[in-house]
Write a protein that binds this ligand. Structure first.
Ligand code: ATP
Length: 442
C-alpha cells in the first residue's frame, strides 16, 4: 500500500487476509439488526464489505452501530473472516467503529433506491449520485476514452498544446459567444481553438491536438448541447485533402474504442454495454447522397439545408438497418451550408462544394472538420463574404501572409462521443457538473 493510503479497499481483500486485522473505510449503505447479530454494509470506492456485529462478542459496538445514519462515513478496524453467507466471501468482525462524518437524514437523493430520481435532482446532488457504481462507471470510461485518444495521437507524433480560453474574437458565429469583462476590454470565452490551431500550422508544430473546454451559449435545450463541453481539436499540416483528416479521426475512434474495451471491462459490464470493433474504413456518404437517402425514406430536406437532428437520426437508422454501420462520414457539404465557416477550403473544381465532413455515430454528429483555406487572398475574400471585420482577425490572418502550409483538422465532441458509446439518453450524463442555459450550479 502506498504511504498515503490508510484504508484497505474491498477489492484488495483476499483469502490471504483471513484472520488478520484490517482497517476499511467507506459509507454506511445499509444496516440490519436481527437481535443478537447485526450487519453493516459498508460501501467503498470498489465494492461493498459486510461488517458483522455479534452482541455477545462486543455489546458496545453492537449498540453504537445501531444508531449510525445511512451514508455516514465510517472507519472500521477488525478481523477478516471467511464467510459463506457474505456476498464477497468474507466479513469483518469489528473491534472499533469510528464515525468520521455522520450523514444528515433524510438524504436529498437515495443512493440504493430502486426508483430512479429525475436527472435534475441527481445533478443537484451529484456527489450522492456518484455514489452509485453505474454512474461512476461513466466517468471512469470517459477518463479511459481520453487516455486512449491521447495515446493514439501521441503515438502518431501529435503534440498536445493549450490555447487561450479567453479570446478577443469568436470563430463559430456570434450567436453562441459568451461575452466577459476582461480588465477594461470586452472579451469572450473560447467557442473553439480554431484560430489558434490554424495559427500553429504556420509554426512548425505541424501536428497538434488540444483537449480542453469549449464554451457555447446554446439557447435551445437539447440532449446533445451543453454550454461547456470538452473539445478534442486536431490540426495537421501538409495534407493533400480532407481524406487525410478523416483518416486521423477514424484512427482516434478505432483505437480509443479498443482502449476502453480493454481497460473498462468491469465498467462496461456494470452498464451492460458491448463495444464492438467498428467496420473500417468508415463509409463516406456524400451530402447529396444523404439527402437522397433521407428523401426515399420520407424526409425531404432542401438541397443546401442542414440535415438537422431528425435527418441525422434517420440517416443513422438507415445506415444501421441497411448496412449494420454505426460510424460513417458525411462528406462534401455544400459551400452554402458551411458559409458561416469562413475558413473551409472549397473544392478547386466546384466551388459550390467544400471538402468538409462530419463524422456521425449512430445518428449523431460527433466530429466536424475538413481542409482549411490556407491561401491568404482566398481566405480574406471568404471572410469578407461572411461579413467579418478583417481587422479584428489580424492575428489570425497575419500567419497566412508569412508561409502557411496546406492544413486541416477537426473539432471532436468528447461528451457526445461518450454519450453514443454508452448509449446514454442525455449528454449531461457524461459531464460531472454540466452547464446549460438553466444550470450554473453545482
Ligand atoms: P451542432 O450542429 O450539432 O450544434 P456544430 O456544428 O455547432 O454542432 P462544431 O462547431 O462543428 O459543432 O463543433 C465540433 C463538434 O463539437 C461537434 O461535432 C460536437 O461533437 C461538439 N459540439 C459542438 N457544440 C457542442 C455543444 N454545445 N455541446 C456538446 N458538444 C458540442
Amino acid at each position: 500500500m502506498p504511504s498515503w493510503q490508510h484504508v484497505t479497499y474491498s477489492r484488495e481483500i483476499s483469502s490471504e487476509h483471513y484472520g488478520q486485522q484490517v482497517t476499511v473505510g467507506g459509507w454506511v449503505q445499509d444496516l440490519r439488526n436481527l437481535g443478537g447479530i447485526s450487519f453493516l454494509q459498508l460501501r467503498d470506492a470498489y465494492g461493498v464489505i459486510q461488517v458483522t456485529m455479534l452482541k455477545k462478542r462486543n455489546k458496545e459496538i453492537f449498540e453504537q452501530v445501531a444508531s449510525i445514519p445511512r451514508e455516514s462515513v465510517v472507519l472500521v478496524s477488525g478481523i477478516v473472516k471467511e464467510s459463506k453467507e457474505a456476498k464477497a466471501g468474507y466479513e469483518i468482525l469489528p473491534d472499533s467503529v469510528t464515525v468520521v462524518n455522520a450523514a444528515e437524514a433524510p438524504l436529498p437523493l437515495g443512493v440504493v433506491d430502486k426508483v430512479g430520481a429525475d436527472l435534475d435532482t441527481r445533478l443537484n446532488n451529484r456527489f450522492l449520485d456518484l455514489r452509485k457504481e453505474e454512474i461512476r462507471a461513466i466517468f471512469k470510461i470517459k477518463a479511459r476514452t481520453l487516455e486512449g485518444i491521447r495515446n493514439y495521437l501521441t503515438s502518431q507524433n501529435f503534440t498536445e498544446v493549450s490555447t487561450p480560453k479567453i479570446v478577443a474574437a469568436g470563430a463559430e458565429g456570434g450567436a453562441t459567444l459568451f461575452p466577459i469583462k476582461y480588465f477594461d476590454k470586452n472579451a469572450y470565452l473560447a467557442q473553439s481553438p480554431q484560430l489558434y490551431k490554424q495559427n500553429l500550422m504556420a509554426s512548425g508544430l505541424d501536428k497538434i491536438f488540444e483537449i480542453a473546454p469549449a464554451y457555447r451559449a446554446e439557447a435551445s435545450d437539447t440532449i446533445r448541447h451543453i454550454a461547456e463541453f470538452t473539445s478534442l481539436d486536431v490540426e495537421l499540416a501538409f495534407i493533400k485533402s480532407s481524406d487525410d483528416v478523416m483518416d486521423v479521426a477514424e484512427g482516434i475512434v478505432v483505437s480509443s474504442l479498443k482502449h476502453v474495451r480493454e481497460k473498462c471491462k468491469k465498467e462496461l459490464e456494470i452498464l451492460g454495454i458491448d463495444i464492438e470493433d467498428p467496420a473500417i474504413p468508415f463509409p463516406k456518404v456524400k451530402y447529396d447522397e444523404a439527402i437522397e437517402m433521407l428523401a426515399s425514406n420520407g424526409l425531404k430536406i432542401a438541397h443546401g439545408e442542414d440535415l438537422g437532428t431528425e435527418g441525422e437520426k434517420l440517416l443513422g437508422d438507415i445506415m444501421m438497418k441497411d448496412r449494420g454501420i454505426e460510424l460513417y462520414f458525411i462528406t462534401e457539404f455544400p459551400t452554402s451550408l458551411k458559409r458561416s465557416t469562413f475558413y473551409a477550403k472549397r473544392n478547386d473544381l466546384n466551388p459550390e462544394l467544400t471538402g468538409y465532413f462530419d463524422l456521425d455515430y449512430r445518428g449523431q454528429e460527433i466530429v466536424s472538420g475538413g481542409q482549411r483555406e490556407h491561401r491568404y487572398d482566398v481566405l480574406s475574400e471568404q471572410m469578407r463574404e461572411n461579413n467579418l471585420n478583417l481587422d479584428s482577425f489580424e492575428f489570425y490572418l497575419k500567419a497566412f501572409r508569412y508561409g502557411m502550409p496546406p492544413h486541416g483538422g477537426f473539432g471532436f465532441g468528447v461528451e457526445r462521443y461518450v454519450q453514443k458509446m454508452l448509449d446514454l439518453p442525455n449528454i449531461r450524463e457524461t459531464v460531472l457538473y454540466p452547464r446549460d442555459r438553466l444550470r450554473l450550479t453545482p
